[in-house]
Write a protein that binds this ligand. Structure first.
Ligand SMILES: Nc1ncnc2c1ncn2[C@@H]1O[C@H](COP(=O)(O)OP(=O)(O)OP(=O)(O)O)[C@@H](O)[C@H]1O
Ligand SMILES: [Mg+2]
Length: 272
């Protein structure tokens, strides 16, 4: 999405002036963050920069100390991850994403199983067949290839498992899908599959927030990069014009956002 389109569009999800401390540790200070329709926005920064904390606030796991969240321009409050999910925000965490001993459809519908009336309409039963059919057609739509969806998830490869986790988030995430390190611990080939899948998610119209330490992935997939450092937003970069060196310099503090603006002559825009 172009810069002009962004300025006129209302963010699907935004954080405004959000701060969070853990005791004496300032994890986030006065953060503005926004995801526009149809974009993949990457959140990058060194270890401890505050990325996961921000994601946890956006996904209802943590409450901010101050600041507001907005969905489509309207203030929202999430008291739990469930609130955020019901509002249309799905989050893929790196681990604990799936139930290893269940098959693919059971994982896609975990906690949100389809049911049908049983004998005499009295006993509610799991509608296994409907879940299986819908799971298969959803994976087909996303181009996720798994030999048999009846396989237990712990028999899938790491990349396939991650694809199932991403597929599940897309299945339920009506408005925003957030992914914290979706390709960590995956091989090069498996990571490439997951990155392709994330791009298809965007093509399907769902905006994505992507956290990754893998800058080549970020440069390949993202439309915009927001850089955090020591809990502050230090810049926003366009992967089409910025270099990886500039991103690293911002992340490490070797380069200030103001220096970058001078260097890139307005191409990189610090919106923070
Ligand atoms: N529950 C907590 N209790 C105390 N401090 C915390 C807690 N969660 C995060 N922090 C601190 O807040 C800061 C930001 O942590 P966060 O996990 O958001 O970083 P991150 O950018 O996700 O790092 P990484 O790339 O290593 O995952 C760190 O200094 C961390 O130690
Ligand atoms: Mg983290």
């Amino acid at each position: 999405m172009t810069q002009e389109a962004q300025t006129s569009a209302v963010p699907v999800l935004a954080a405004s002036d959000v701060s969070k401390r853990f005791g004496s540790v300032v994890a986030l200070q006065h953060i503005d963050f926004e995801v526009y329709p149809g974009e993949i926005v990457a959140l990058i920064g060194d270890n401890g920069a505050g990325k996961s904390t921000l994601i946890k606030i956006l996904s209802g796991t943590l409450a901010p100390d101050s600041g507001t969240l907005l969905m489509n321009g309207k203030p929202v409050k999430f008291a739990s991850p469930r609130d955020a999910r019901e509002a249309g925000i799905e989050t893929v965490y790196q681990d604990l994403a799936l139930a290893p001993d269940l098959d693919v459809p059971a994982n896609l519908f975990l906690g949100r199983e389809l049911r049908r009336a049983g004998i005499l309409g009295m006993f509610d039963m799991l509608d296994v067949r409907a879940m299986r059919t819908r799971a298969q057609s959803h994976l087909d739509t996303l181009g996720v290839k798994i030999k048999s969806i009846d396989q237990r998830v712990d028999t899938l490869s790491g990349g396939q498992r991650q694809s199932v986790a991403v597929s599940r988030s897309v299945f339920w995430g009506r408005d925003v899908v957030i992914m914290d390190e979706p390709t960590a611990a995956l091989s090069v080939a498996q990571s490439a599959l997951v990155i392709e899948l994330i791009k298809r998610v965007r093509a399907g119209g769902t905006p994505v927030v992507l956290i990754s330490h893998n800058l080549p992935h970020v440069f390949e997939a993202a439309d915009r990069m927001i850089v955090l450092r020591h809990g502050s937003r230090v810049g926003s970069l366009d992967p089409k014009t910025a270099t990886m060196e500039q991103a690293v310099s911002l992340m490490t503090g070797a380069l200030a956002a103001t220096d970058l603006r001078a260097a890139a002559a307005g191409e990189a825009d610090d919106r923070g």
